[in-house]
Design a protein around this ligand. Structure first.
Ligand code: NDP
Length: 309
């Protein structure tokens, strides 16, 4: 029987825990942790993500601020703004909402973030530290997936995990976390549940993806391609984690009033046909998405605890 990995419920549970942690800090006379979100331009999807992050911060008592810049800001000016955030002692962590406009070099911007404030875990320093097993801030989506697995007591040790996708944000750090020795796991998480997996990373040039997936105990799909993972690619009883967020048009459902197209969010997994074969599966929405946001909050509190001045 399939079990839904309910990221929405688990994220709410973690937010309640974080809220208690922040309240304790305040009761001790300390200030609340503070997150800043740098937003360049007005990409509609980014606006939604930022609004969700601000709402989640408010719920746990983390102070949060969106700092907006116009679409035509130069890379030089943005780098100056990043330097200011690095030096602002009132801000414990900040993120630069991606994607950035094309004229700005994303790598240059991310590399300029002080790794101690890099609560998205995307700086070369944090990624390198994660790879080496040093204390680091871990990229929010992989951290959230790992926590979701841990909270459902799904062991990864000795399992074959297939990760589809090799981005710096999801695929690569996910693979690193899964293959780590468990003593490198995050504080507060059950070490026995995490790491020690045998990991295969797949991407668009992988040959016979289906055959590789059929050997997986756990499949994590982060490709951005609707229905990429079909039932034929999944062995009976596998755990399936769907990271994808794709906006697909609802056919034959144009609003007669506004004459506009309607969309819905789907993942990378053919949920309807894969779910009956899986032992556990994440839905979209309500699976990995809420876990990513709550990981950002955890990373902010981690940065506060480790470096607040
Ligand atoms: P990228 O576009 O950066 O990377 C996609 C990866 O998937 C690439 O490595 C690509 O291969 C691979 N890929 C694409 N199509 C195929 C295919 N047909 N077969 C095998 N591999 C394929 O995406 P991200 O990692 O940033 O995001 C992936 C998805 O996850 C997106 O839908 C995104 O919206 C979503 N996402 C969701 C989050 C959440 O919180 N739920 C957070 C972050 C992202 P190659 O390298 O060869 O091009």
């Amino acid at each position: 029987m399939v079990n839904i990995l309910d990221g929405k419920r688990v994220a709410a549970e973690i937010r309640a825990e974080l809220r208690a942690e922040v309240e304790t800090l305040k009761a001790q006379g300390k200030r609340a942790p503070k997150l800043a979100i740098v937003l360049v331009g007005n990409n509609p999807a980014s606006e939604v993500y930022v609004a969700n992050k601000l709402k989640a911060c408010a719920e746990v008592g983390i102070e949060a601020q969106a700092i907006r810049y116009p679409m035509d800001i130069t890379e030089h000016t943005l780098l100056n703004e990043i330097a200011k955030l690095n030096n602002d002692a009132s801000i414990d962590g900040y993120i630069v909402q991606l994607p950035l406009p094309e004229h700005i070099n994303e790598t240059a911007i991310l590399s300029a973030i002080d790794y101690r404030k890099d609560v998205d875990g995307l700086t070369p320093e944090n990624v390198g530290r994660t790879v080496q097993g040093l204390p680091s801030i871990i990229s929010a989506t992989p951290r959230g997936i790992r926590e979701l697995l841990a909270r459902y007591n799904i062991q990864t040790a000795g399992k074959h995990v297939v990760v589809i996708g090799r981005s710096n944000i999801v695929g690569k750090p996910m693979a690193i976390l899964l293959m780590q020795r468990p003593y490198l796991s995050l504080p507060g998480m059950s070490a026995s549940a995490l790491g020690d997996a045998t990991v295969t990373i797949c991407h668009s040039k992988t040959q016979d993806l289906a055959a590789i997936c059929r050997t997986a105990d756990i499949i994590i799909v982060a490709a951005g391609s609707p229905k990429l993972l079909t039932a034929e690619m999944v062995k009976e009883g596998a755990v399936v984690i769907d990271v994808g967020i794709n906006r697909v048009e609802i056919t034959n459902n144009q609003s007669p009033i506004t004459n506009t197209k309607r969309f819905r969010l789907v993942g990378d997994v053919d949920f309807e046909h894969v779910a009956p074969k899986a032992s556990y599966i994440t839905p979209v929405p309500g699976g990995v998405g809420p876990m990513t946001i709550v990981s950002l909050l955890q990373n902010t509190i981690q940065a506060y605890n480790e470096h607040s001045r």
